[in-house]
Design a protein around this ligand. Structure first.
Ligand SMILES: Nc1ncnc2c1ncn2[C@@H]1O[C@H](COP(=O)(O)OP(=O)(O)OP(=O)(O)O)[C@@H](O)[C@H]1O
Ligand SMILES: [Mg+2]
Length: 311
């Protein structure tokens, strides 16, 4: 396993649609986990407008931030990287100055592309809430998108909404990349062809000889579902159920990557030096986090084509 990872690059994005469900907490701890396993790791705060990933790493605000990147000089991405106190873990600190609404989608795509080219073994995007291009672009570009939800109805609802948006975003991206834009659009617009689910649409496209390779490209979007802040035994089945429903509805290889309980000692732990934080947390919580992280590292099958996000 270690040998295989050494030769490859693995990219992850943690998204949820809803805010405050634990994306930054888990992204930062996943980054620490990977660096402790000796993988050269980079985490990026893509929460444009609400950047706080650095705080989870006891990192003071710094002028070395994502807004030093200049779309006209793509290699300026190197100027945005800082080292953290954790050996082997680097960070691109976010910025509230770089508002998503002020950047064109094409620039975000270029930014994500430049980041994914960087020389790291593990790259983790911590996404913001919502379904803007700064979320959809990395979510659809990485090897393993992670869809994070809590057991709350509103969180589940927003997670489905992100997945639905990501499906349509990927559909447009793949149609364009393979030159099927017109053909796919014609199928979607045909008045007699009613597809009740995205999975029906994929089945129809897969059954036609007109679009070779389309479905396998679409299946690159196969998020892992992670349930956080689980408080009772009854809630434990929510993650696997969500994965099953999504697999069926979207026709994508969506799996559950585990669950993490609600840890009431978090508020005490979060006030401590982050490198000692684990000492204050519930042991079961720490065990669940590390088993989820191991699952994530195991779930990746490296495919060199995946890093080409621009057609
Ligand atoms: N399993 C958990 N147990 C207890 N507290 C948790 C758990 N997961 C997250 N939290 C707490 O929930 C709060 C929100 O977490 P976090 O900032 O990671 O969310 P987020 O999804 O990144 O939010 P945003 O969308 O605003 O970026 C934090 O105070 C964090 O410590
Ligand atoms: Mg966050």
């Amino acid at each position: 396993m270690r040998e295989r990872l050494q030769k490859t690059k693995h990219t992850f994005a943690i998204g949820s649609g809803k805010g405050g469900v634990g994306k930054s907490l888990l992204s930062s701890n996943f980054g620490i986990h990977c660096s402790k396993k000796a993988y050269k790791t980079l985490i990026i705060d893509m929460d444009l407008g609400g950047a706080n990933l650095h705080t989870y790493l006891d990192f003071r605000p710094t002028p070395t931030r994502i807004d030093l990147w200049n779309p006209r000089e793509p290699e300026s991405i190197l100027k945005t990287i800082s080292s953290t106190a954790f050996p082997g873990l680097d960070i691109i600190v976010g910025s509230d100055e770089l508002l998503a609404s002020q950047i064109e989608s094409a620039s975000i795509e270029l930014l994500v592309y430049e980041i994914m080219k960087l020389d790291y073994e593990v790259i983790i995007f911590d996404l913001g809430a919502g379904v803007g291009p700064e979320t959809l672009i990395p979510f659809c570009a990485v090897d393993t998108p992670v869809l994070l939800s809590t057991p709350e109805d509103t969180s589940i609802e927003n997670a489905y909404f992100l997945l639905k948006k990501a499906f349509h975003f990927k559909l447009r991206q793949v149609s364009k990349e393979l030159g099927y834009e017109q053909g796919i659009q014609e199928i979607i617009n045909k008045p007699l062809k009613k597809f009740s689910t995205p999975s029906d649409l994929l089945k129809y496209i897969g059954g036609s000889e007109q679009f070779p390779g389309f479905n396998s490209k679409m299946k690159e979007l196969s998020p892992g579902i992670l349930l956080n802040q689980v408080r009772s035994f009854n809630e434990e089945s929510i993650g696997p159920s969500m994965a099953q429903v999504c697999r069926h509805y979207f026709g994508l290889d969506i799996i559950s990557v585990g669950l993490i309980q609600y840890d009431s000692s978090m508020w005490v732990a979060s006030r401590k030096n982050k490198s000692k934080m684990m000492n204050y947390l519930d042991l079961k919580f720490c065990g669940q986090m590390s088993s989820v992280f191991q699952n994530l590292l195991k779930s990746v099958t490296f495919n060199p084509q995946r890093n080409k996000i621009r057609a």
